[in-house]
Ligand binder design. Structure first.
Ligand code: SAM
Length: 322
């Protein structure tokens, strides 16, 4: 079992398979991706060793992320490897969703259980303004296909000051009839975007107060749940979640570890540096990596230091997958 010195247990691996993304979200890669090519990233046999090792230490849920994971040519094989690993019972991915309409069926067949699609606005013009791509309609069609394929669908919406009023209203209307869980994510500060953060960050606290006053009720957390506090309402087909990394005690329920596409383990989304585990992966050394991981967990800090504006080595979230 992976357990740290604060008694937190880690069932959930966030596995980034590429840093590349073809979207240009204002808060992430506004000037587009300019990093290394795909062959710098972990190859399928390395990913296989990685997932096997984490599963042997109690990981039951793997989220495949990026960059944009669906840009990897072997994305379907990565899903298959995760799903085939003994001990892993849930495979999820986070995607911009532009390939969903075409590929949801093959991802499901490969073993995918859940997708999180990032949609920051339901207004096509605002969506294009935020992401640099006029693809909202295609992505919403993709969500319909994913639901038909019986994938669990969650939507990630970064809460931004310039759009917040409209975001809340439009998404609530949409959730009346759409059976997805929408999660508002508080904008987090990253090394590349301190000014954007100061201009656009909003606390999710008032949204929680509003939801509770409207009769939304808290959903009980499962052991592999992500960071969202989720709410349901009998009159809505969908649910709403809030991810509030700046709220008190956010890190107490941390159950996640992250491995970047370059094979570095990050004990926290905002840690000072990644720890190189690639030599173990290259050698297929499962027992060696198990021992190394158990020893490293003692170094995990109680909390991130975002409140002090300390963003660690994370210059933007595409490098780690959020
Ligand atoms: N390309 C995929 C996508 O579009 O969802 C996966 C990678 S993306 C980095 C993962 C998630 O992080 C997305 O939902 C995105 O909106 C969120 N994200 C990126 N930068 C963020 C920031 N500074 N604060 C909060 N969320 C952020």
């Amino acid at each position: 079992m992976l357990e740290d010195s604060f008694g937190r247990r880690f069932h959930y691996l966030r596995l980034s398979i590429t840093e590349a993304c073809n979207f240009r979200c204002q808060y992430c890669l506004p000037d587009g991706y300019k990093g290394p090519s795909d062959d710098a990233f972990m190859a399928l046999p390395e990913i296989t060793t990685l997932v096997k090792t984490f599963a042997a230490l109690g990981t039951s849920k793997v989220r495949i992320t990026g960059g944009e994971p669906s840009l990897r040519r072997d994305f379907v094989e990565v899903i298959e490897v995760c799903k085939a690993t003994e001990g892993v019972n849930k495979v999820a991915t986070t995607t911009h969703g532009a390939r969903l309409k075409r590929d949801a069926k093959s991802w499901k067949q490969a073993g995918l259980d859940q997708i999180n699609v990032s949609i920051d606005s339901l207004d096509p013009r605002q969506f294009a303004d935020i992401t640099g791509h006029n693809k909202l309609t295609a992505i919403l069609d993709g969500i319909d296909v994913a639901l038909q394929e019986e994938l669990t669908v969650k939507v990630n919406t970064v809460f931004l000051k310039d759009y917040a009023g409209k975001q809340l209203h439009e998404f609530k209307q949409w959730l009346k009839h759409t059976p997805v869980t929408l999660r508002f994510i508080e904008l987090m500060e990253t090394g590349d975007h301190p000014r954007f953060f100061k201009q656009q960050h909003l606390s999710g606290g008032p949204v929680k107060t509003e939801l509770l006053s409207e009769g939304w009720q808290p959903v009980i957390r499962t052991k592999d749940a992500g960071p969202a506090e989720e709410f349901f309402h009998p009159e809505y087909a969908g649910r709403i979640g809030l991810i509030m990394p700046y709220s008190k005690d956010f890190c107490q329920s941390c159950n996640r570890l992250r491995v970047a596409a370059n094979g570095k383990l990050h004990l926290c989304l905002f840690s000072e540096q990644g720890i190189d585990i690639r030599p173990y992966l290259k050698n297929g050394d499962v027992p060696g990596l198990m021992a190394f991981l158990q020893q490293l967990l003692g170094k995990k800090h109680a909390t991130h230091y975002l409140h002090d504006g300390i963003t660690g080595a994370t210059s933007h979230l595409a490098m780690l997958g959020g």
